[in-house]
Design a protein around this ligand. Structure first.
Ligand code: ATP
Length: 329
């Protein structure tokens, strides 16, 4: 067996002068769940489309189970299930007809075809929807159908582009449950999302991409803890009266930032992770007349860690921009 389920080496994809993927390398071990995180336009879909053999790299390459995606797309397709972020609908086709169509296209015949369809319909809870028109389903049902379609050939690896986008909380829980079951079966899952907290729960590792470059690859816990020392401390501050008073105060005070405005105050970040510093901040707030009724430490979350990483990159870029130009010659 190849060493990794997914292996990407120095992958570049340019669209004209736009560097959508700019030298990306990473590995995803067999049987693991890897979350692919990044802002809009960071390069997630472009990377995933190359892995799914739907696009070509400008330079560099990628392998699925040791098989090159450019040289052997047919072999790769038989190993992967692809769930795109946009689902192509067919009018006048029921859920059952839709799956049957794909099963035929994948070469399944007779009893084997019926068995595959039955299995994915059972797994993705599509049996009650068998006769519903596939283009008239709710978003959650549509995603389950899309997952069912991706699983017809029982692939070892699933590549899912933003499968939870637009789902209501219940549909999200259902989808998470299905992903967990697939992971328990030993499938490798590469999944992109904006919802970091959810990814953190279900992924063995998280891969952060920003402007076409990987900026972090690690597990969720080490990500939270790793940036804890450098990233300051978070507190929920609630006040009597106008909640805006907290953020107004923060603007005028050094070493403190607003992480998030809240109903009764703000979640603040004290840039130095030291209890004495936090005590000093609270003292200053009270001295300045804020009527603080709650001041308690909150755990750093994945969003905080991601924002820290991006902040450090921006800082690095700004420093590089002011470095004196060295002339040779
Ligand atoms: P989102 O979360 O919004 O889906 P993403 O991380 O998946 O974002 P990509 O879709 O990979 O980002 O896009 C990366 C960049 O490449 C964007 O600036 C996008 O506009 C650009 N891009 C993607 N596909 C094409 C294309 N076919 N032609 C030109 N530019 C493209």
């Amino acid at each position: 067996m190849s060493e990794h389920a997914i292996s990407v080496r120095n992958l570049f994809r340019y669209f004209g002068t736009l560097k959508a993927v700019d030298g990306v390398s990473f590995d995803v071990p067999h049987g693991s769940v890897c979350g692919f995180v990044g802002a809009n336009g960071a390069g997630k879909t472009t990377t995933m489309r190359i892995l799914a053999t739907l696009d070509y790299p400008t330079m560099g390459g990628a392998e699925i189970c040791g098989i090159n995606v450019v040289n052997h797309p047919d072999k790769v397709r038989s190993l992967i299930g692809w769930m795109p972020d946009h689902f192509g609908n067919y009018e006048h086709m029921t859920v059952l007809e839709y799956l049957d169509f794909y099963a035929r296209a994948l070469g399944y015949r007779g009893a084997e075809r019926r068995a595959r369809i039955e299995e994915v319909m059972g797994f993705a809870d599509l049996v009650p929807l068998a006769d519903r028109l596939s283009n008239k389903l709710s978003k959650g049902m549509t995603q389950r159908l899309c997952l069912g379609r991706a699983l017809i050939h029982d692939p070892q690896i699933l590549i899912m582009d933003e499968p939870a986008a637009g789902l209501d909380p219940r549909a999200r829980v259902e989808l998470k449950h299905l992903i967990r079951l697939l992971a328990e079966e030993g499938k490798t899952i590469f999944i992109s999302s904006h919802i970091l907290s959810e990814l953190g729960e279900m992924c063995d590792s998280l891969l952060f991409i920003n402007a076409g470059r990987i900026v972090h690859h690690g597990d969720a816990e080490s990500l939270k803890q790793g940036s804890d020392a450098a990233g300051g401390a978070y507190y929920d501050v609630q006040v009597l009266g106008n909640p805006q008073a907290v953020s107004d105060w923060v603007v005028l005070n050094p070493d403190v930032e607003v992480a998030e405005s809240r109903k009764r105050g703000s979640r603040i970040r004290i840039t130095v992770n030291d209890p004495e510093k936090s005590a000093e901040v609270l003292r200053r707030m009270i001295r300045d007349g804020l009527q603080v009724v709650e001041f308690h430490r909150e755990q750093r979350n994945l969003e905080d860690a991601f924002i820290d990483i991006l902040g450090k990159i921006e800082q690095g870029n700004a420093q590089a921009a002011v470095l004196p130009v060295t002339h040779h010659g």
